[in-house]
Write a protein that binds this ligand. Structure first.
Ligand SMILES: Nc1ncnc2c1ncn2[C@@H]1O[C@H](COP(=O)(O)OP(=O)(O)O)[C@@H](O)[C@H]1O
Ligand SMILES: [Mg+2]
Length: 238
């Protein structure tokens, strides 16, 4: 069964072909890590999946229905929180919709920001701001959450906490996740599988249970690193 189905025959930018013959399908409840060389088109692919970019040849289907623009059912989190600086955390989460205060308070609590709804973005740390961005993506009850290197700008410990949070909210909200990361260990930790975007897409299945640093992902890790080296685009930390 497929929830989100992407078939990008071609995506051109600046007179160049950025994506060609990309097929990617997400099953309900899956968490998929998307990795690949820098400049390889990962962000472009995510924008297409989100309905933010419709200038391509191909098709995106959500539950069998064509995605032709932004929809509530697909939430997005970017590398930068992209909060409105003059709005509070709660106002940022609720922006553009009519959500009751209770729902926003519950989401704030869920992302670890109980009682911080009145804080302005400049009063939040980078990790807290990203928690707000996550809550903002969840408030519309998406079925799919797309994340583009969401934890790249925070320190290592915060990053681990945010990874755990993402797993918890994905489970709680039964949301299907496609996350771009340049951190292979993050890809291994979070993903049910890893998709390498290069010359087409390559799928890497992962063992079902993946506690941190137990070494079970080593073979996949080495294989992906070798592919990226061969492509001349080392986007991942060795
Ligand atoms: N507006 C644009 N015009 C022309 N080229 C672009 C534009 N945006 C991105 N690109 C190019 O498209 C390619 C893919 O970019 P991107 O999707 O951001 O890759 P990634 O996220 O994998 O690093 C890059 O080579 C980038 O330079
Ligand atoms: Mg990118």
């Amino acid at each position: 069964m497929t929830l989100l189905q992407m078939a990008v025959t071609e995506k051109r930018l600046g007179g160049r072909s950025i994506l060609r013959d990309i097929r990617l399908a997400l099953a309900p409840g899956e968490i998929v890590s998307l990795v690949g060389a820098s400049g390889g088109g990962k962000s472009t692919l995510l924008a297409i999946a989100a309905g933010l970019d419709t200038a391509y040849q191909g098709q995106v289907l959500l539950g069998g229905v064509a995605v032709t623009g932004p929809v509530d059912a697909i939430g997005m989190v970017f590398q930068e929180p992209r909060l409105f600086p003059w709005l509070t955390a709660a106002q940022n989460i609720g922006f553009g919709g009519s959500f009751d205060d209770q729902r926003i308070a519950a989401l704030l609590a869920e992302v670890g920001l109980a009682g911080r709804g009145d804080a302005l973005p400049h009063q939040l740390s980078g990790g807290q701001a990203q928690r707000v961005a996550l809550a903002r993506a969840l408030v519309r009850r998406p079925r799919v959450l797309l994340l583009d290197e969401p934890f790249s700008a925070v320190d290592a410990l915060t990053r681990m906490q945010l990874q755990e949070l993402l797993l918890a909210v994905a489970r709680e909200h039964a949301v299907t996740v496609l996350m771009v990361t340049h951190d292979i260990d993050e890809a291994l930790f979070l993903g049910d599988r890893i998709v390498l975007l290069g010359d087409g897409v390559t799928d890497y299945a992962l063992p079902a249970a993946r506690p941190r640093d137990d070494g079970s992902g080593a073979a996949v890790r080495n294989s992906i690193l070798a592919r990226l080296h061969a492509a001349g685009g080392l986007a991942l930390r060795a």
